[in-house]
Design a protein around this ligand. Structure first.
Ligand code: ME8
Length: 523
């Protein structure tokens, strides 16, 4: 299955919103593979457009050099955060350019593009033409539009209005075309309000040079959104030459009823960009309904209830955050403290609290106790063939429930609920050890069998938890698998997670702290 993210503007450094989306996608891609499916994870950067041109001009450098420089910041961050994509999209790539131009040519041949003059208002910040509907109650264009200029120019238009009735019908009749459902309702509401407007898809070169040239009219470049949306298809191999080194499109974007691509995007770019423009573009390109992608719309991280913005000076730098608290804490927090689809408040104190409590204390404690006591009391050997007692039946039940709840939550893209399900079993295990006190059982030879049962149950649980945690925290999961001396543990699939992963006589290794506590200097 093809899983994509929005491609980030290269007019500035990555912020915590960018990091969240890419970590979320990485976690979901790893989960889909754990489920036994294929997943091709595509992400990248949006390098064209006026914003990039303007910021580059301010710095006195060419937009291409500027975009490359900013792209490096994204590439370095994904490496640091363990975002392990399969495909990388840069919109200045010649292969992408060729695809955009082929699509433009073909749409023109189909009569879907036409040229006309326009006189009116234009938002420089949003790179968008404005109509009276964009005015506020006072009849003005509000601050959200930034600088608004009056322009008169000819441009190329896409017959968006041809697809309006189809789109309404499509969204109404496909419940899972936008996830979660309240975002689908938002799109339906927007479709009710939208008139019969077409989409301007070009910009004259005299105003904007930084874009993909319109192949049949060299005085114009392609509108940045029209160019950027096509990345999902171009980097999946759409219309590509076999030798281009891109994936096989038919395989990645199936038309045989198998799962269609999922585009992970933020709430601000559902309407109109993905929910209207992209779906209509695909429809015009000839994609049948059953081949259209699904849109997974996530919420935003705010700062103390306010939108993160350069002007408020509250932008959180994920790179600095990872240097300070470590990659694991950042990954964990970003998918633990937000419900997919909803907004959340970014709070470094919660990051520290959740990491220290749930990973360093609870899970760290379980790893340490299970492996340490097994090494000390049974020479590292697991004795798994004894019959379970009442407490063990309850523990197995807790694991079964947590695993099922985890799978259900992840299938619904809800990473926070999945992590809570893991934590529920970790707590059960810690309470089980507290109640059964292997350290006391070890002092009484007549309790030898009980001791072996308790330790084996803790180790078996740990093996399962390691696999479940691996999409979110792949590195710690690797280290745990190594400490369990179960090198093939992470090759297991979700459906393999039945009781009995640890065989009779298996020898575990010694624990080394996997989740060191975050201690602030001020503490
Ligand atoms: O929109 N919290 O790029 P972008 C969570 N280039 N997510 C956030 C966020 C926040 N505070 N702020 C932004 C673009 N995002 C286009 C996309 S796709 C063909 C072109 C998300 O760099 C935002 O919702 O402004 C979007 O999904 C992504 O970051 C990139 O935003």
């Amino acid at each position: 299955m093809l899983l994509t993210t929005a491609i980030d503007y290269t007019n500035g450094a990555p912020h915590i919103g960018h990091a969240y989306e890419k970590v979320l996608a990485d976690v979901l891609a790893r989960y889909l593979r754990l489920r036994g499916g294929d997943c091709y994870f595509l992400t990248g950067v949006d390098q064209h457009g006026q914003k990039v041109q303007q910021t580059a001009e301010k710095e006195g450098i060419h937009p291409a050099t500027f975009a490359k420089k900013k792209t490096k910041l994204f590439l370095n961050l994904w490496k640091k955060l363990g975002v392990d994509y399969d495909g990388w999209a840069e919109t200045t790539d010649e292969r992408h350019k060729a695809c955009v131009q082929q699509i433009l040519t073909s749409l023109k041949e189909k009569g879907q593009l036409y040229k006309k003059g326009y006189q009116g208002f234009y938002s420089v910040r949003q790179e968008q033409f404005l109509t009276d509907r964009d005015r506020n109650e006072a009849g003005e264009f509000g601050p959200e539009w930034g600088e608004v200029v009056e322009i008169e120019e000819e441009n190329w238009y896409f017959r968006l209005s041809d697809h309006a009735a189809w789109l309404k019908d499509f969204v109404q009749s496909h419940e899972d075309c936008v996830i979660p459902s309240f975002r689908r309702n938002e799109l339906l509401g927007a479709l009710e309000r939208t008139g019969d407007q077409d989409l301007c898809i070009s910009r004259p070169k005299e105003r904007l040079r930084w874009g993909i040239e319109i192949p049949f009219d060299p005085d114009f470049v392609t509108y940045v959104w029209f160019d950027a949306l096509i990345n999902y298809a171009s980097f999946a191999g759409y219309l590509a030459d076999e030798k281009a080194g891109l994936p096989d499109f038919a395989q990645l974007w199936p038309s045989d009823g198998s799962p269609t691509p999922v585009h992970i995007i933020g709430k601000d770019i559902l309407v109109p960009a993905h929910g209207i423009y992209w779906l209509c573009m695909l429809h015009a390109m000839g994609f049948p309904d059953e081949q259209l992608p699904r849109l997974l719309v996530h919420g935003w991280w705010n700062i103390k209830g306010e939108k993160m913005s350069k002007s408020l000076g509250n932008v959180v730098d994920p790179d600095a955050l990872a240097d300070r608290f470590g990659t694991d804490a950042v990954r964990y927090y970003l998918v633990r403290d937000i419900v997919t689809g909803k907004d959340s408040d970014f709070d470094p104190e919660r990051l520290i609290m959740l990491y220290n409590q749930e990973l360093a204390n609870e899970l760290g404690n379980l790893c340490n106790r299970a492996l340490n006591m097994t090494a000390r009391y049974t020479g590292g050997i697991c004795h798994t063939s004894h019959a379970p007692g009442e407490a063990e039946v309850a523990l197995r039940q807790s694991l079964t429930e947590s695993t099922a709840a985890y799978g259900e939550a992840m299938d619904a893209w809800d990473t926070a609920a999945a992590l809570k399900a893991i934590n529920a079993h970790v707590s059960h295990c810690n309470a089980y050890l507290e109640r059964n006190k292997p350290w006391e059982l070890s002092k009484d030879e007549s309790q030898r069998q009980r001791l072996e049962i308790v330790l084996a149950h803790a180790v078996e649980s740990l093996a399962h938890l390691t696999v479940l945690l691996s999409p979110v925290l792949p590195e710690p999961a690797n280290r745990l698998a190594h400490q369990l001396r179960f090198e093939k543990l992470l090759e297991l699939k979700f459906e393999d997670l039945t009781w009995g992963l640890i065989e009779e006589g298996h020898e575990t290794g010694k624990p080394k702290p996997v989740f060191p506590r975050i201690v602030l200097e001020e503490e």
